[in-house]
Design a protein around this ligand. Structure first.
Ligand code: BG6
Length: 508
């Protein structure tokens, strides 16, 4: 484990939900595991936050997102001592002299040294203003210690705003100081995509157009938009999930082997991968290769749930998509002609994210089989939940002749019970504290992703008669969802557990 230098973490937007739900619980876990340095403190900055005592009580001592376990009460108190709070009297766009003075005082008192990590958990519209004011106070200067900036998604609203945001942040921080967080990259199973591909010699030789027929990625959530209707209605599934989390997964599936495991080598290959996605501009192609949908009232797990338009904060006439399915091609040597099918949606029957590699049928069919297409070899990489890997392969049915069925070969992360899996935020915060940007998105990656997404957004907004299909909550999307597949193929609708995947077996 790398050494984590002493430092002060300054969270902007400390009164918000993310601080309470994710950031502080992750820091507490890091504290419990002994990963925080000796000299460490948090300064929670907000417009209206209370004093230290109130902040400590809310985010640490009485935070329901930090589970109460035997013996952790004393540890919570010890951890809470590291937390401090400051309200910016004139808001985020006032003068930061008092903030600089508070930072300097804490650096002394808490022995954090001059290293500072700034976390922006505020609306993107004020990122630039905060960066500028930090710069005016000399707080971006790395002369005496590192100064890093973590920014939350959404990183831009489209390509133009993402570019603008990159340019404005880069006026005050070097690119190497900017950490764009995508919490999917913090998930062990997403990182395992790299290991599955590049630490084994059994998959990579097959990982190309000669052996792969198509690639399918599903990200399904059973939850609706909940209280986030106001934000979500202006964003939609394509901006909320596809442009960032899903295209990050795509880049790991598509990329070429990097020359090393360092941040720049990996990110260089990811950018190349994203740039090789074929950008769709032709309305006919966009119409055939994209589907958007919106959930209607329905039932999930026996509970009646409202339709999207009935959710708080949502325009009752909204056509914003809560379901997005995109088919596309990758224009490079490895992937020419292989279709990718990627979908993301809310109010699906279950929460699941997985990558499915569908292999070609054997070139010469020796055995006569029925429904061959559904029996092809598949490699299923389960990102969440029930994290693991499943391979479906043909076995002979005992008896006369050569009847073939598909059997499952599986691996589960939970079987590695001795290793504790870090939560995504925990891992990403620790990496940023240590200066490892491998799992953060670089400016050019984010822009390449927007370049692919922009024309789809534009078509959905301005295209002629582009439908938003309704689907009943608790169903696998609109009825025509399978229409984008050619031939006898369709979406694989997985169960909550990898084990739910049916395979041939004989019950005696
Ligand atoms: C967030 C999206 O980035 O990811 C949410 O804004 C979504 O809409 C969430 O629910 C899903 O994250 P996870 O880790 O639960 O799959």
């Amino acid at each position: 484990m790398q050494r984590t230098p002493n430092q002060l973490l300054v969270i902007f937007g400390a009164s918000g939900d993310l601080t309470e739900r994710k950031l502080i619980p992750s820091l507490f876990d890091l504290f419990q595991q002994g990963h925080l340095p000796e000299g460490f403190a948090v300064l929670g900055v907000s417009r209206s936050g209370g004093d230290d005592a109130e902040f400590r009580r809310r985010v640490a001592l009485e935070n329901r997102h930090i589970p109460e376990t035997i013996g952790n009460h004393g540890r919570r108190k010890e951890f809470a001592e590291k937390l401090h709070s400051m309200a910016l009297e004139n808001g985020y766009d006032g003068d930061y002299t008092a903030l600089r003075e508070r930072i300097e005082a804490l650096q002394q008192k808490e022995n954090t040294g001059r290293n500072c990590l700034f976390y922006l958990s505020v609306p993107p519209s004020i990122y630039e203003g905060i960066a500028r004011r930090l710069h005016e106070q000399g707080l971006t200067d790395q002369g005496e210690g590192h100064r890093r900036l973590i920014v939350e998604k959404p990183f831009g609203y489209d390509l133009a705003t993402a570019r603008q945001l990159n340019t404005s942040l880069q006026q005050y921080f070097e690119e190497s100081q900017i950490y764009r967080i995508d919490h999917y990259l913090g998930k062990e199973t997403v990182q395992n995509l790299l290991v599955t591909r590049f630490a084994n010699s059994i998959f990579e030789p097959l990982w190309n157009r000669n052996y792969i027929r198509h690639v399918e990625i599903t990200n399904a959530e059973s939850v609706g938009v909940g209280k986030r209707g106001g934000y979500y209605d202006g964003a939609g599934a394509l901006r909320d999930m596809f442009q960032n989390h899903l295209l990050q997964i795509v880049s790991l599936v598509v990329m070429e082997p990097p020359i090393g495991s360092d941040a720049e080598s990996i990110r260089n290959e990811k950018v190349k991968a994203l740039r090789s996605l074929r950008i769709m501009r032709d309305p006919e192609e966009l119409s055939a290769h994209t589907i958007r949908g919106q959930y209607l009232a329905g039932e999930i797990d026996g509970q009646q749930v409202p339709g999207y338009r009935e959710e708080p904060g949502v325009d009752p006439h909204s056509t914003t998509e809560t379901y997005a399915a995109i088919k596309f091609y990758v224009d490079n040597w490895r992937w020419a002609g292989v279709p990718f099918f990627v979908r993301t949606a809310k109010r699906m029957p279950t929460k699941v994210t997985e990558v499915v590699i569908h292999f070609q049928s054997p070139h010469h069919q020796l055995f006569r089989e029925e429904h061959l297409d559904s029996k092809d070899n598949k490699l299923i990489i389960r990102i969440q939940p029930d994290e693991g890997v499943l391979i479906k392969f043909g076995v002979k049915v005992p008896g006369q002749g050569f009847q073939v069925e598909r059997a499952n070969m599986d691996f589960y992360y939970s079987d590695l019970s001795e290793s504790r899996v870090m939560d995504a935020y925990e891992r990403l915060l620790l990496d940023a504290m240590q200066g490892d940007a491998t799992l953060y998105a670089r400016a050019d990656e984010v822009e390449a992703a927007w370049e692919f997404v922009d024309p789809i957004l534009d078509y959905w907004k301005h295209g002629k008669d582009v439908p938003t299909y309704g689907y009943t909550a608790g169903m696998w999307g609109p009825r025509n969802a399978d229409d984008m597949f050619e031939g006898p193929h369709y979406w694989r609708n997985p169960g909550a557990h990898l084990r739910d995947d049916p395979a041939f077996c004989i019950i005696t």
